[in-house]
Design a protein around this ligand. Structure first.
Ligand code: NCD
Length: 303
């Protein structure tokens, strides 16, 4: 029994194989429509989500499986005080695999220690979001042909943005990748990511506060939302929320083959006039996320 809590739980070879499976599904979805017949996915979402939960659910349905779960902790026994450990022990009696999102960092890891079925981390607090990274990796692979030698700009809330933390871990395993971190000084990448991933692997990176001065260097620009729900102080959120707004005008200074990505939901970070630019990839990311989740479910269920 195997869980995926951190993107580093998957080797580069396994990510390649998930990517291959996702590409086979894209080519011939009908060939996969029965693979999970008789299997159930439980989505345990203790924190709001549209994409991730529906993406997991659509993924399981498209594999011929079924879905149970809750989308709000207040709808479940958690409201009565049940622990994550007990909830997963119970849910393991009903489902073959669990996708869990939780506001507390580490909760899906704890769940995986008590669960009799695989647990997938669907986002834990400001920490990690490995299946968003799978979506991001398939997008980068299809847009750029591979990962080596890319200059990746990460822009916005790099402190609380869990998708950024997982993406940095995953990309740190490819050759000659360079990061340009663009954020207000209050929302810089956490030290643990710098020390444990960037410095440890000698990955070059720069930290800047201005997007326009670096946009021309980038192969990928990964925009993120300022994570309102992680702020202690509303005034700080209001001050920082519109730090970066990508517009068509700003894109004029970018490479012709830049890939603009965003895990969504978007608030104001990307102006809607960018949506029709061929460099905008964020809606493709959503679709690829479903195929990568299908591939991951197949892998973890061994079917
Ligand atoms: C992200 C998340 O939940 O971390 N959304 C998602 O899963 N695609 C990003 C965000 O909420 O800003």
């Amino acid at each position: 029994m195997r869980s995926v809590i951190d993107i580093m739980d998957l080797s580069v070879e396994e990510i390649d194989s998930l990517t291959e499976t996702a590409e086979s599904i894209i080519k011939d979805p009908a060939a996969f429509s029965d693979r999970c017949r008789g299997k159930k996915l439980a989505t345990l979402f203790y924190e709001p989500s549209t994409r991730t939960r529906l993406s997991f659910e659509a993924a399981m349905y498209e594999l011929g499986g079924q879905v149970i779960g809750f989308s709000e902790a207040s709808n479940s026994s958690v409201a009565k005080g049940e622990s994550v450990a007990d909830t997963v022990r119970v849910v393991g009696c009903y489902a073959d695999i669990i996708a869990m999102r939780h506001p507390k960092e580490g909760a899906p890891l704890v769940a995986s220690r008590y669960s009799s079925v695989p647990v997938i981390n669907a986002g834990d607090g400001g920490h990690n979001h490995p299946t968003q990274t799978l979506a991001d990796l398939l997008t980068i692979k299809r847009e750029k042909g591979g990962f080596d030698g890319l200059t990746v700009g990460l822009c916005g809330d790099l402190k609380f943005g869990r998708t950024v933390h997982s993406l940095i871990s995953a990309m740190s395993r490819y050759k000659n990748v360079r990061f340009v971190m663009i954020s207000p000084s209050e929302l810089r990448i956490p030290d643990y990511v710098k020390i444990n991933t960037l410095d440890k692997n000698r990955i070059p990176y720069t930290e800047v506060t201005d997007l326009e001065s670096v946009i021309g260097e980038l192969d990928v620009l990964y925009m993120t939302r300022v994570q309102k729900e992680r702020f202690f102080n509303e005034a700080d959120y209001i001050r920082l929320k519109d730090s970066y707004i990508l517009t068509s005008e700003k894109l004029a200074g970018a490479k012709a083959d830049l890939s603009v990505m965003h895990p969504l939901p978007r608030v104001n970070e990307i102006s809607t006039d960018v949506d029709s630019d061929p460099r905008a990839c964020y809606f493709k990311q959503v679709l690829y996320g479903k195929y990568m989740r299908m591939a991951l479910i197949l892998m973890l269920l061994g079917v």
